[in-house]
Design a protein around this ligand. Structure first.
Ligand code: CA
Length: 485
């Protein structure tokens, strides 16, 4: 009898429109956690073998993991401008290191107008006085990990401790003193796992006696691919140019290969120690939501402003259109809409974040936002009319990494390296080197057959039909997205 009644009630519940029950009609709170340079390869729920991330995995096991979320330009500030505005950098002005034009309004500004109380704590990296926030405490520029300074409406203050702990303390303090009568948006933007990789003291010995697995392409020879891949200076075997002060020189007497392996292990241990602090602090926020009975009515989003190379292709850093740099982690928990442990494989962009969060808050997304709301995907609805390709554009010319544009479909990726690029290491004190060269090269990859992007099919006769289709798609997207650069 009991079982029959339960079945009947479940059947009735399924018939009700999702917007009817009072609890569902409430506007959700939003906790938007954005880290810096945190690669999916280092996250447990993405199948990462490097470390455990129990708290990020908590979000995924209660929500949805997006396996194909990409950035429009793989570098900090442009991705952040895109996340906030829902627009590409060529629209807002945030191309490479250029600032975005604040006439392009952000999702926190729209949420604030709609009655949300709004806070931003941590990295902003788009100037001062972030618009749309009732409260902010932001790092000046990149900020620092140890004893960071933070800038609020009251001025600049030094805070003792590690950046991840400090910003989480400030965020939780704001949540405690918030107005309980209105929904909130908390943007918690960690500096981890950005270089220099200085973890909190309690993680200083993590992985100390462990040998971490190497990616299969650590010693990539770039054979058959664009010549420019060899000219990047953001290489694991050259990483001590930036990090030697932090962890010291490799032991003497090592072969070049042994030295690269030593640098990889050292780099990874420092990076992952920062990720451990990030994960632990995510757990503190989730615990706070649980303790305050807010987990059901709060959308929790975890992402990073781009991906990062953890030794793949012999590289660290980002910028390139190769998968490890292009792909962003994106995990969303919202029990009122999203089924636990669900996975989405549709092509998602950082332009989608702003329209999604507005949609979930019941605020119509402005028509000039270039992304699309992920609500139907989060709700598990059919997505037949979803985008079939994404458009990527990287503008900067530094570190021997060329400007590039390209298109990625579910199966293929076409990259055009085009423009001017600086060669070799910059002179002391300069960002760009003294010598420049023009570049014009193409690559095509079949991501299904070649997920590590080792075989350039661009000049293969059998690939010419797909090359032609993708060039047409690249032109179409460029026009549709109004990129006139
Ligand atoms: Ca970044």
């Amino acid at each position: 009898m009991k079982a029959t009644l339960r079945l009947l009630l479940l059947g009735l519940a399924a018939l009700l429109p999702p917007s009817l029950p009072a609890a569902e009609a409430k506007r959700p709170n939003i906790v938007f956690i954005l880290s810096d340079d945190h690669a999916s390869q280092a996250i447990g729920c993405y199948g990462g073998k490097l470390m455990k991330t129990p708290n990020l995995d908590r979000i995924a096991s209660a929500g949805m993991r997006f396996d194909r979320c990409f950035c429009t330009e793989s570098i900090c500030a442009p991705s952040r401008a895109t996340i906030l505005t829902g627009k590409y950098g060529h629209i807002t002005g945030a191309m490479g290191w250029k600032p975005y034009n604040r006439k392009h309004r952000t999702f926190p500004e729209y949420l604030s107008d709609a009655g949300y109380q709004t806070a931003l704590v941590g990295k902003y990296h788009l100037g001062n006085n972030p618009p749309g926030f009732d409260y902010f405490d932001i790092f000046p520029g990149q900020g620092r990990h140890r004893d960071p300074q933070l800038v609020s409406k009251e001025g600049t203050k030094l805070h003792r401790g590690h950046s991840s702990d400090v910003i989480t303390d400030l965020a939780l303090a704001w949540l405690e003193r918030r107005d309980r009568g209105r929904p909130f948006l908390l943007c918690l933007h960690d500096k981890s796992t950005h270089m220099p990789w200085q973890p909190a003291e309690r993680f200083a010995k993590l992985f100390e006696n462990k040998t971490l697995p190497e990616p299969p392409t650590l010693f990539d020879d770039y054979r058959g691919r664009a010549d420019w891949l060899k000219l990047s200076i953001c290489r694991v075997d050259g990483i001590n140019r930036w990090q030697e002060k932090l962890w010291g020189a490799p032991p003497a007497g090592l072969s070049r290969e042994q030295e690269c392996r030593w640098l990889y292990q050292t780099y990874m241990k420092h990076y992952l120690r920062c990720a451990a602090g990030l994960d632990e602090n995510v757990g503190r926020v989730l615990d706070w939501l649980d303790r305050n009975q807010l987990a059901q009515d709060t959308v929790v989003v975890y992402s990073s402003d781009q991906g990062f190379f953890l030794g793949e292709h012999g590289w660290f850093d980002k910028r390139w259109m190769q998968e490890e740099s292009l792909r962003m982690p994106l995990i969303v928990r919202y029990p009122r809409l999203v089924k636990p442990s669900s996975v989405a494989s549709v092509l998602v962009l950082n332009t989608d974040f702003a329209p999604t969060l507005l949609d979930l808050a019941g605020v119509p997304a402005p028509a000039d936002m270039q992304g699309r709301s992920l609500r139907p995907i989060l709700a598990g609805d059919a997505t037949r009319d979803w985008r079939k390709a994404i458009y990527y554009r990287y503008y900067t010319e530094e570190y021997g990494i060329p400007p590039q544009l390209g298109v990625r479909t579910e199966r293929h990726k076409l990259i055009h390296y085009k423009g001017r690029v600086g060669i070799g290491f910059p002179p002391k004190g300069a960002i760009n080197p003294a010598r420049w060269q023009d570049v014009d090269e193409w690559e095509l990859f079949d991501l299904k057959a070649d997920p590590n992007e080792q075989t350039n099919l661009y000049n293969k006769p059998e690939a010419q039909s797909i090359v032609s289709q993708l060039k047409t798609e690249l032109d179409r997207l460029r026009k549709e997205l109004k990129d006139q650069n």
